[in-house]
Design a protein around this ligand. Structure first.
Ligand code: KIV
Ligand code: ZN
Length: 489
């Protein structure tokens, strides 16, 4: 697997990763088990080169690659970044050669060979890549590949640059390309939603490696999704990929957070709804056997099942949701909990995990003292001030005073609370969402959070006219619930 989140993924409009962010993603990709990390394009900027050099010097197990064009000066820049290999890209379709490069087939071939030889003389691994290969003349493409191998290319790559490949053609073309004496990679784009299918088909046809990005980020419709290819191969074809699947959700969250590109709720494997079930017949099936409506166990990819409750909730869904929270109850208690859940749902409320826990505790008469209590809270913000919050909170009977800064007052407040708690537990804010319930500047807002601790996560809510207080309330509610779940085992 070659991951190009840090190069093609970063070409997503509006995405620009800092050195620290690139390093953090590279470390997690390495821990995930990808073979090659395309860390960027050395020609882009000084900052890009510094970040790529930092990734190359991190001592990761994965091979670190730079994208380069067929230009000696590009290779020199990549050499200065200390990368192991080059993703050396030349346009191969007449459309690209003539309209984009204003060149011809022979010149493209000559420069590809000259640069391959130069890179090999300088000790680099070379993957010679045909851009827009899926719209190129196959005779020319194969001639370029063969000449590239003779010039020393270690690997080749076939790019479906604008996503026009179809799985049948992918199998057909790769069964021919796999006769070549070096490995051939496949690099697909998702303009028609076919990238995963095309990549898997190419691998089945004989491709040796897939180019992918986390969450499928990339230009236009994006690139092939790492998580989709891995799970399709592992679960549908029984092929071991060498990827630590249980880390897929964590890296998806990381890339979404650092790139600022949200993941669609209905996205396969890593979307919020991928393992979420609404009330009704599905939940009944899930209670009998989770595989009735789940093709894989959520834990396989580092996730948890979530049951969404509201006014349509039935006995089964409440029972399953309670089971997920580790709460047991009698038939009568279940009926009472269900009635209270419906009551909340009738008021138009989405019932969070924390709401369900509170209801269950009241019905089962097992209400517990909160572990964390807010005593005092101050926030300073303004156009010339770094948003800073200080909190005085009691955690397990001990009073703590902590401060935190952030990009805005809400971020600062949440950071202060997390810092106060961090000596106790590693709590993470995974999702944050605000709804204005009423209009105007004095609107009542509702804040929804997903808080996580270890491999457990929980949804909670805070509400009020003050968005910062509502956020702190939601975060504290989530933390309290998580600490309680941990204590209950
Ligand atoms: O999609 C593509 O063709 C590319 C190349 C530049 C390798 O990303
Ligand atoms: Zn691409």
């Amino acid at each position: 697997m070659l991951d190009t989140t840090l190069r093609d993924g970063e070409q997503t409009p509006g995405v620009s990763l800092s050195l620290d962010e690139k390093l953090e993603i590279a470390r997690q990709l390495d821990a995930l088990g990808v073979d090659v990390i395309e860390a960027g394009s050395a020609v882009t900027s000084e900052g890009e080169r510094t970040a790529m050099k930092a990734v190359a010097e991190e001592g990761l197990r994965a091979e670190i690659a730079s994208y380069v064009r067929a230009r000696i000066d590009d290779v020199d820049l990549a050499l200065n970044c200390d990368v192991d290999s080059l993703h050396l890209v030349v346009p191969v379709s007449d459309l690209h050669i003539k309209s984009k490069l204003r060149s011809d087939r022979d010149s493209v071939l000559r420069s590809a060979l000259e640069v391959t030889e130069y890179a090999k003389d300088h000790g680099l691994v070379v993957e010679l890549s045909g851009e827009d290969a899926s719209r190129a003349d196959e005779g020319y493409l194969t001639a370029l590949y063969r000449a590239g191998i003779a010039a020393g290319a270690d690997r080749l790559c076939y790019c479906d640059t604008v996503g026009v490949l179809v799985p049948e053609k992918a199998v057909e073309i790769f069964s021919r390309l796999s006769d070549l004496p070096v490995p051939v990679s496949v690099h697909c784009h998702d303009d028609f939603g076919m990238a995963t299918a095309n990549t898997v088909a190419a691998l089945r046809g004989g491709a040796s490696m897939a180019h992918v990005t986390v969450n499928g980020i990339g230009e236009r419709g994006g690139n092939t999704c790492l998580e989709e290819v891995v799970m399709s191969l592992e679960s549908l074809y029984g092929i071991k990929t060498g990827i630590r699947c249980s880390e897929l959700y964590a890296i998806s969250r990381l890339v979404s957070r650092l790139s600022g590109i949200p993941v669609a709720p209905n996205k396969a494997i890593v979307g919020e709804n991928a393992f979420t079930h609404e009330a009704g017949i599905h939940v009944h099936g899930l209670l009998a056997d989770t595989s009735t409506y789940e093709p894989i166990h959520p834990e396989t990819v580092g996730r948890k099942r979530r049951i969404v409750l509201g006014k349509h909730a039935g006995r089964s869904s409440v029972e399953l949701a309670l089971r997920e929270l580790g709460i047991e109850c009698s038939k009568e208690e279940l009926a009472e909990i269900l009635a209270r859940v419906k009551e909340l749902g009738d008021k138009g409320k989405r019932v969070t995990d924390a709401d369900l826990q509170t209801i269950a505790e009241i019905v089962l008469s097992i209400q517990k003292e909160p572990k964390v209590r807010l005593n005092e809270f101050t926030i300073v913000s303004g156009n010339h001030a770094i948003p800073t919050a200080s909190v005085r909170i009691t955690v397990n009977g001990t009073e703590m005073l902590e401060a935190g800064t952030g990009v805005g007052p809400v971020d600062a407040a949440v950071n202060a609370v997390r810092r106060a708690i961090s000596g106790e537990r590693d709590v993470r804010l995974e999702e944050y969402h605000v709804d204005a319930i009423t209009g105007g500047t004095n609107a009542l807002v509702e804040v929804w959070v997903t808080m996580a601790m270890g491999d457990r996560s929980i949804t909670a809510r805070g509400a009020g006219a003050d968005i910062i207080m509502a956020s702190v309330e939601a975060v504290l509610e989530g933390i309290n619930r998580l600490m309680q779940l941990e204590e209950d085992g």
